[in-house]
Structure formats: C-alpha cells, structure tokens
Design a binder for this molecule. Structure first.
Ligand SMILES: Nc1nc2c(ncn2[C@@H]2O[C@H](COP(=O)(O)OP(=O)(O)OP(=O)(O)O)[C@@H](O)[C@H]2O)c(=O)[nH]1
Ligand SMILES: C=C(OP(=O)(O)O)C(=O)O
Length: 218
C-alpha cells in the first residue's frame, strides 16, 4: 500500500464466517479443512489488495474471530452485521465513505486466491474512466469486483446472475482477461484447480499443502 498514487482507492472485502463458508467445496473436505481453505482464500485476496499501489485502505467485513491472526494496522476489520453478503458489503461501503470520502471505493469478493496486485492496479486504472464499473467472474455470470469513482453511490447486487444485475444498474464491464486471477473466484474444486494453474497466493499454497500432506484432498 502506498499513498503516492492518485486518485486513491479504498477496497472493501467481505469474508463469511469460516464455519459456513465455501460449502460448495464440500464433498471430500472436512468442515475444518473447508474453513481453513476459506480463510486462506480471504488472506490471499486481502494481501494482494493491500499490496496494490492504487489501494490505500482495505476494509474487511467479517464475523469476529474469522481472521483472528490478521494483525495489520493498515487493514480495518469491522464486524459483519449479519444481514447477508450485500448487507455486509453495504456496511463496508458506508465505512469507506465515512472514513475516506474522496477515495474511489471498490468491493472485491474474498475468494480470489490467484489475485495479483498488478492485475488489480490495472483494473482500478480502467475503473477511473467510469462512475461505476464491474469485473465479471471467469464464467461471466457472477461478479468479482464492483467499483465507484469518488462521488458515486455504490449499491451492491451480488448473488446469482450478479453480472447482469450490475450491468443493468449502470456498471460498466471492465476489459479484463478471463484468465486473470481477478476473475477466478473459487467456489468448487474445479475452480480451485484453475486457480492453482494460474498461481495461488502463499496462504492458499500453505493450506493446500497441509491438507494434502494428510491426503484429504487430491
Ligand atoms: N461478510 C460476509 N461475507 C460474505 C457473506 N456471504 C458471502 N460472503 C463472502 O463473499 C464472497 C463470495 O461469497 P460466495 O462465493 O457465495 O462464498 P460462500 O458463501 O462462502 O460459498 P458457498 O457456501 O459455496 O455459497 C466470499 O468471499 C464470502 O466469504 C456474508 O454474509 N457476510
Ligand atoms: C456472490 C457471487 O459470487 P458466487 O458466484 O461466488 O457466489 C456473485 O458472483 O455475485
């Protein structure tokens, strides 16, 4: 994170409490392993966002204890209000606008373990040209990021079919390569394999290595 870039962005990352997280990874994984992977995805997403040059503030919205070992004074962690994904995101956006109203606001989902800081910087540079923008997920139906330039209101519409919902609400789709880690959200083991082919961050690498050392996942 640096404050040399202009204009600056606050990034909001919602992270579900680990007990219920990533159920679609399910199947062969124990609840403990699934929780460990979900936290690792979030940690890699947050680390990449924090290291992006255009990002000066990161706000994580999650249940207390989910990211207990996240000990970075530059990252604000606020409690999930318990009103679902869009409620958590709205809460984070409000905190961003109250704290740093001259920044752009981006919301990045917390399941992007192959996210690279330079891809995020490139997307935020593109986003400056539009009051509202979004990045579709790799399949093109969901959304991995929404943005609002300084002064624009941001209303999240995450959920099934969110790419079309964000487009219909006036968000401009950014031209990001479908093979970018910014678009590779991970809900399933197939998506996890694709993320690994792109290259996942250190937290996810370590979690997978620990789980594989006990042969609990292929
Ligand atoms: N703070 C917060 N984050 C959420 C909530 N629901 C989902 N998220 C986060 O939003 C991102 C996208 O959510 P999903 O892909 O639906 O993740 P998920 O709900 O853990 O996965 P499934 O159980 O498979 O649906 C992930 O980073 C989740 O951690 C919520 O109620 N509160
Ligand atoms: C919530 C979303 O993500 P997912 O498809 O990962 O649930 C979304 O794409 O809006």
């Amino acid at each position: 994170m640096t404050d040399g870039a202009d204009p600056r962005w606050t990034v909001v990352v919602p992270v579900k409490g680990s007990v219920d997280a990533k159920t679609r990874l399910g199947g062969e994984l124990s609840d403990g392993d699934r929780a460990r992977i979900a936290v690792a995805f979030a940690r890699d997403t947050i680390a990449a966002a924090s290291a992006a040059l255009r990002v000066v503030h990161v706000i994580v919205v999650t249940e207390p204890g989910t990211l207990a070992d996240l000990d970075d004074p530059d990252i604000l962690v606020i409690d999930d209000p318990g009103t679902g994904l869009n409620g958590a995101v709205r809460f984070g956006i409000r905190a961003a606008q109250m704290g740093w109203r001259h920044d752009g606001v981006a919301v990045l989902l917390g399941d992007l373990p192959a996210l690279r800081s330079d891809d995020l910087d490139e997307a935020l540079a593109q986003a400056l040209a539009h009051p509202l923008s979004f990045v579709p997920d790799a399949e093109g139906t969901g959304t991995s990021m929404i943005t609002a330039a300084p002064g624009s209101d941001l209303e999240p519409l995450f959920g099934p079919g969110s790419a079309e919902a964000h487009r219909a609400a006036g968000h401009r789709p950014l031209g990001i390569d479908p093979a970018s880690g910014l678009r590779r959200d991970v809900d399933t083991l197939d998506a996890l394999a694709e993320a690994e082919a792109l290259g996942v961050g250190a937290f996810t690498q370590a979690a997978l290595a620990a789980i594989r050392s006990t042969e609990r996942i292929a």
